[in-house]
Ligand binder design. Structure first.
Ligand SMILES: *[C@@H]1O[C@H](CO)[C@@H](O)[C@H](O)[C@H]1NC(C)=O
Ligand SMILES: *[C@@H]1O[C@H](CO)[C@@H](O)[C@H](O)[C@H]1NC(C)=O
Ligand SMILES: *[C@@H]1O[C@H](CO)[C@@H](O)[C@H](O)[C@H]1NC(C)=O
Ligand SMILES: *[C@@H]1O[C@H](CO)[C@@H](O)[C@H](O)[C@H]1NC(C)=O
Ligand SMILES: *[C@@H]1O[C@H](CO)[C@@H](O)[C@H](O)[C@H]1NC(C)=O
Ligand SMILES: *[C@@H]1O[C@H](CO)[C@@H](O)[C@H](O)[C@H]1NC(C)=O
Ligand SMILES: *[C@@H]1O[C@H](CO)[C@@H](O)[C@H](O)[C@H]1NC(C)=O
Length: 663
């Protein structure tokens, strides 16, 4: 269908007439309306098209939200776009949290203060490369057969409870109520998962009940007919999610024409116009050329399309927030830089300046200086000391002690959403040498230890779920199981830990003790430091270096600036600064080599504490080499190794020679 000019419908003239004579009387709030016109939105009755950018509030430290908004507005954007992330707001059933880095009402206020409207995408499923696509991991605890993202009443009950709590916080911030929110999305790319319009209608009606009628509801789908057919819903605006050819594999005009078939005369919107792309561990860093992107944006300009840069400021997957990609199984990197116009640390990039020049040709840019990158700290090397193995610290990592059960339990049943669980079973019979350890339901990765000595790593990542081991009766078989992130894309569910049985030569092992490890989570509601055996002299016979284990240091910086931590020679683990979980590092896998350390996580005027939880191999045979480095330039694009590093057998301790009593 040809483009329709953005004309002003008759009733708008009435509104304008009324405003001219009566706006003083009816007041400003009365005049606020955001509605659908012909090939455009109508903002207070005037034709309007927005250009927005995604910045997820949980991916950028709350102290930096405003800085990001200022830079977005300075680039000519008129709106900001975010999801609501249910699984961080309700980490355990009924325990809601809306403070700190999750205070989205503050995000709305700051956006508005800085001249930005808000496009809100409350889910419930959001994808977004976050654990289980934003759904809480505990949903399936009571009912393992729960059908996520359907009209299954056991699922909808929790969805409704979440919105009963969260949407009343949103409602005062709708445009018609004086706030910045112009549109609200129903579900997310639903057609990539299902084709159940009843479910979409249920959500639509619930949003109407909780938000009222004065807001535009919309759906977003890959903009080709077969997807649009399944993911759209009556009385919502059909929008598309598509990037340029090298990202989405199609052409912009085709997507817009497809969208027109499902949206005959409303505004055309690209809700996810990709500015770059995500990274997974073990694959090359993704980039997108600015010129390719702006050629497409030119088409949007010519056709009055509203569009959203996904992302404009990608930020960081702090803590255990990152999802994994399924089939093939690949965990998402800690950095969510996305090759976006604002870097992970919020610095304008070349892409940013080119977008600003481009938008400046169409829209007035606000006065004020052109944003510049901020200074970064290159604090240099910090020497770490061994702070005990996972066993040395087990009491403080698992203060409640183990949970016992005949058969292994999943993370979901153990009420331990993220990170690590140490599973232990004692060998009670004689097996041949070697015997085959098999864990077909391992999600996702396990370090195998016999009497606390690591003997191998198996995991989903390389599809190696069995290995040969040497064991004797009485020995402890330990599996330190790591959750590498639940599926985040089309998720119908992803349970973690050991699902089903662990067998040795076909014999299922029973009598398990399970130690959920409590590590600082994100976002922290209160300071969370790990109680480690930090000050034991390195190499003393009470404290032999054993892995998996912890390494710590205290350090001060001459000034407090954003910085990046580089872990040369380290292998795979998590790093914590002053109790802030900076996320996973895995430099041997790449492409990400440095982790972002926001200045607001560092102390001014007192020393900082850094703790590294290394799972595999630390460069600490010599104290002088047991270093991490704080550098001023991120490395997100290292060459990735050919073939994965995991799945290998640790030959040096195989078969185990050292027998140790259990602590
Ligand atoms: C775009 O909108 C402007 C008014 O805002 C209008 O003059 C123009 O005709 C529209 N173009 C198209 C292709 O709809
Ligand atoms: C969110 O921020 C607002 C504005 O700063 C504040 O008034 C409110 O108390 C905060 N909410 C929570 C739950 O901390
Ligand atoms: C949500 O709120 C409505 C209206 O107050 C109420 O009828 C319903 O039971 C609530 N649902 C849940 C799951 O709490
Ligand atoms: C892009 O799509 C349009 C509309 O569907 C079509 O006319 C055009 O030939 C396509 N261009 C390319 C390069 O494939
Ligand atoms: C695990 O093994 C036990 C004991 O052999 C058996 O009773 C149980 O059914 C097995 N579990 C599964 C999920 O097959
Ligand atoms: C052992 O567990 C597996 C599932 O992991 C099950 O298929 C098998 O039947 C079990 N074997 C016995 C003897 O119970
Ligand atoms: C990584 O990016 C930097 C900066 O753009 C570039 O100089 C470098 O060559 C890239 N490295 C690799 C391995 O691609």
């Amino acid at each position: 269908m040809p483009n329709q000019p953005c004309c002003i419908p008759d009733r708008v003239f009435v509104v304008l007439f009324v405003l001219q004579f009566a706006c003083v009387v009816i007041g400003l709030t009365e005049s606020r309306s955001f509605t659908i016109g012909k090939n455009c939105f109508l903002k207070d009755g005037q034709p309007f098209r927005y250009v927005s950018g995604t910045m997820h509030y949980w991916r950028v430290p709350e102290q930096y939200w405003e800085d990001s908004f200022v830079k977005m507005r300075a680039a000519g954007l008129t709106a900001v776009d975010t999801y609501l992330i249910w699984n961080l707001h309700e980490q355990e059933p009924g325990d809601f949290y809306f403070g700190g880095n999750l205070n989205f009402t503050r995000y709305f206020q700051l956006a508005q203060k800085n001249g930005l409207l808000v496009v809100l995408r409350p889910g419930p499923f959001i994808a977004a490369e976050v654990d289980l696509g934003g759904l809480p991991y505990w949903l399936v605890r009571k009912n393992p057969d729960m059908k996520l993202r359907t009209t299954d009443p056991s699922y909808l009950h929790y969805v409704e409870r979440w919105y009963n709590v969260s949407l009343p916080l949103v409602k005062p911030y709708l445009y018609a109520n004086g706030g910045p929110i112009i549109t609200v999305q129903v579900e997310n790319e639903y057609s990539a998962y299902g084709c159940d319009v009843t479910y979409l209608e249920y959500l639509r009606d619930m949003f109407r009940r909780l938000l009222g009628n004065d807001v535009i509801l919309f759906t977003n789908n890959y903009a080709v007919p077969q997807y649009l057919k399944c993911g759209t819903c009556p009385d919502t605006l059909a929008t598309g999610d598509f990037g340029t050819n090298s990202i989405s594999g199609g052409n912009i005009s085709f997507y817009l024409d497809s969208l027109r078939m499902f949206n005959p005369d409303g505004p055309l919107v690209d809700t996810e116009f990709y500015s770059g792309w995500l990274d997974v561990w073990g694959s090359p860093h993704s980039t997108l050329s600015t010129s390719e992107m702006l050629d497409a944006a030119q088409i949007f300009m010519d056709r009055n399309v509203s569009f959203n840069f996904y992302t404009f400021h990608g930020g960081t997957n702090f803590g255990f927030v990152a999802a994994s990609s399924q089939g093939p199984f690949q965990p998402i990197t800690t950095s969510y830089d996305f090759n976006a116009p604002l870097s992970e640390a919020g610095d304008p990039t070349e892409k940013y300046y080119q977008i600003r020049d481009f938008l400046g040709r169409y829209f007035p840019l606000p006065p004020g200086p052109v944003p510049q990158p901020s200074k970064k700290g290159a604090y240099g090397s910090v020497q770490l000391r061994f702070a005990g193995s996972v066993y040395d610290n087990l009491k403080s990592l698992c203060p409640g002690g183990p949970i016992y059960s005949t058969l292994p339990m999943t993370f979901e049943i153990l009420k331990h959403g993220h990170g690590f669980v140490l599973y232990r079973s004692y060998i009670s019979q004689t097996f041949r040498d070697p015997t085959v350890l098999s864990i077909p339901g391992l999600h996702d990765r396990a370090i195998v230890l016999i009497d606390q000595v690591p003997v191998g790593i198996i995991g989903q990542g390389v599809g190696v779920l069995k290995m040969g081991i040497f064991v004797q009766p009485g020995q402890a078989l330990d599996l330190l199981v790591q959750n590498e992130g639940r599926g985040g894309f089309f998720s119908g569910g992803d349970v973690k830990g050991i699902i089903g049985n662990v067998s040795l030569d076909g014999n299922n092992l029973t009598q398990w003790a399970m130690y959920p490890l409590s590590l600082p989570n994100f976002p922290a509601r209160a300071p969370q430091t790990i109680k480690l055996k930090r000050n034991t002299p390195f190499g003393s016979k009470h404290h032999e270096l054993r892995l998996p284990g912890f390494f710590s240091a205290s350090f001060s910086t001459p000034e407090v600036l954003d910085t990046f931590v580089q872990l040369d020679g380290w292998t795979n683990g998590y790093i914590f600064v002053n109790g802030h979980n900076l996320g996973r590092y895995w430099p041997v896998q790449g492409p990400q080599v440095t982790l972002y350390v926001p200045a607001v996580y560092l102390n001014s005027g007192k020393p900082n504490v850094v703790d590294v939880f290394e799972l595999e191999n630390a460069p600490c045979a010599k104290l002088s080499e047991c270093l991490i480095r704080f550098v001023d330039t991120p490395i997100l694009n290292a060459t990735v190794p050919v073939g994965l590093t995991e799945g290998r057998i640790l030959k040096h301790s195989y078969p185990p020679k050292v027998q140790r009593p259990l602590s």
